[in-house]
Design a protein around this ligand. Sequence first.
Ligand code: UT7
Length: 337
Amino acid sequence: MSLVSAAVITGVGSYLPSRLVRNTDEPLSLLDTDDEWIRSRTGIRTRHWVEPGESTGDLAVQAGRRALRSAEITSVDLVVLSTTTPDHHSPGTAPWVAAQLGLGNVAAFDVSAACSGFTYALAAGDAWIKAGMAERVLVIGAEALSTITDPSDRGTAVVFADGAGAVVLQRGCAEEPGALLAVRLGSDGTQKDLAIVAAGGSRWPEERQQAARGERCLRMQGPQMFSHAVRRMTEVSRLVLESVGWQPDVVEAFIGHQANQRILDKVADLVGVPGPARLGNVRDVGNTSSASIPLVLDEVVREKSVGAGARTLLTAFGAGAVWGSVAMTWPDIRPPS
Ligand code: UT7
């Protein structure tokens, strides 16, 4: 039997900053909102935020270290870090994270694809391995969204949160548990204003003026984002399932980007994913953008509630607009110690 070469997930790790914020805690309690609204409209009860001075890079290092430990390796050929909140406008955060992890002069770059970033970063790692450019890749999704959220904006402050998750990809074969079997990505830049940090980039002078008005925070057209998210995550999930020839009812593990429980339920219903396959933690950690899928992955690996080799579907949608889905089998990895 000839084995098909593939990138295989062999390690996973995650990290949440220690500051736990309940719906009833400040500064959320100072807003014109309440626990009942937040729970019923988003599914969120708690989230974690960084402390002043704690950065995306700091979270990424912790998650990356745990993923390397779980894969029982100390070197990789590439670090890909997906984030919306890099430590600096320039340089990228991935090289600093690689250095903190003791990975030497390894190739390292950031991916900017908002809440779909983890699927894009996985696709990059997958492609490097398939092209023979890397044997081992550390893929990290890390965010400190609280640093770009306006605490007085109830439409975003209750939703966005901080955290990091990471996986190790290694060259293997498609028959192994943890193999990435298909990836589908897409974008629609005409929708860039749906969720945007308008100021601070190179598009000026308008955005310089916005910067002066304090437009360095994320602004979101929530209901419009909601309907685009449902439509695109459903479409791209169907596409990737078609690529691997799976009917939706054979999916055993489904992890959608943890944006909002109502979005996740709608997508899973429309795609036809069985109830027991639906995994998530938006209730406890909120919307952590590109960290959200690996955070769930790590949590479920720790719980050991999904068997190695189970048919797994990942799907995400984010600002840009961008979207992505991955079909894979559940990895056979031990929880990080
Ligand atoms: O991560 C990338 C992908 N992200 C997403 O796709 C996010 C998608 N959007 C959402 O999750 C939801 O749109 C939100 C959670 C942001 C908002 O929920 P919604 O159910 O879409 O609320 P809405 O914006 O349609 O507002 C409904 C009502 C409005 O009041 P009126 O006009 O009906 O009187 C809002 O002003 O709820 C009000 N509202 C709130 N009330 C209490 C909006 N936010 C809040 C709030 N607390 N936090």
